[in-house]
Write a protein that binds this ligand. Structure first.
Ligand SMILES: Nc1ncnc2c1ncn2[C@@H]1O[C@H](COP(=O)(O)OP(=O)(O)OP(=O)(O)O)[C@@H](O)[C@H]1O
Length: 252
């Protein structure tokens, strides 16, 4: 199985002097092409920091990160920004969208950078994605005129605009009620089934149970992993049970 991302003994330090501490303390982690993974762990254990390190969003203080065969430390800032824009998509708990633009324009904005010529093709792609995630009729709405679940669907469209190889989600269902959350997880499951790798940071056993490998973190280290079969739409109760048992076993 080809690894799309390899993190090798990553160290990330925050603070100065006596306050200085390793938030990631030599963490090695990988993501296979097309894999669906989750990262769980107590608040402050380093989950988001790991995600930002593996995606090249933040620099690291030790170890290395290799994405698609390229060592991020050897890449210039522009090259790194290009890699992130073309190969990665990002979904956050609260999609950061501009209040002055409607939903469609928010989705296409990042893709427009440097490529105005292709505006028609970009708009066409955004509309196709919006149809696909069930928000086609909302394109002219302001971001304040849609529900949290609909806004997150728009966030997912935006993340998919450049057909990334991997989507990173930091608590993407964290602000949603359980039925909206389930709809968003159905969408991630579909996106993954089509071949896009997905890495989600989550506190929610039901979210993690959709994935095929869960990394459990504590105090800046991966302390355990749980492997599950790829989700085929069945056996959710048993999967959640396995995740919660593991969480109990390692005390998180
Ligand atoms: N920019 C920063 N400057 C200083 N400390 C930071 C910074 N970002 C994160 N930290 C600290 O690093 C630790 C890990 O943070 P991180 O956000 O990765 O944890 P997490 O496991 O994702 O937590 P949560 O579940 O609460 O989101 C925390 O103690 C946090 O306070």
């Amino acid at each position: 199985m080809k690894k799309i991302i390899i993190g090798d003994r990553i160290v990330k330090t925050f603070g100065e002097g006596d306050e200085k501490r390793n938030v990631l303390d030599g963490v090695s982690a990988y993501i296979n092409e097309g894999e669906f993974v989750a990262v769980m762990g107590p608040s402050g254990s380093g989950k988001s920091t790991l995600m930002f390190a593996l995606s090249g969003t933040d620099g690291i203080d030790g170890g290395k990160v290799v994405v698609d065969g390229r060592d991020l430390s050897e890449m210039g800032e522009n090259e790194l920004a290009d890699l992130r824009r073309t190969e990665m998509g990002f979904v956050f708990q609260q999609p950061t969208m501009l209040k002055t633009l409607n939903i469609l324009d928010n989705i296409i904005l990042p893709s427009m950078r440097g490529s105005r010529k292709n505006a028609a093709a970009i708009t066409k792609k955004a509309r196709a994605l919006m149809r696909r995630v069930g928000i086609a009729e909302l394109e002219n709405r302001d971001i304040t005129q849609v529900s949290g679940g609909q806004l997150q669907r728009a966030g997912i469209c935006r993340a998919l605009m450049n057909s990334p190889k991997i989507i990173f989600g930091d608590e993407p269902t964290g602000a949603l009620n359980s039925s909206s959350a389930q709809g968003i997880m159905d969408l991630f499951t579909e996106i993954n089934a089509e071949g896009t790798a997905v890495m989600l940071v989550t506190h929610d056993a039901k979210v993690a149970a959709r994935t095929e490998r869960i990394m459990f973190m504590r105090d800046g280290a991966i302390v355990s992993e749980l492997q599950l079969p790829k989700f085929d739409g069945t056996g959710m109760d048993g999967r959640v049970e396995k995740v919660t048992m593991k969480m109990r076993e390692i005390g998180i």
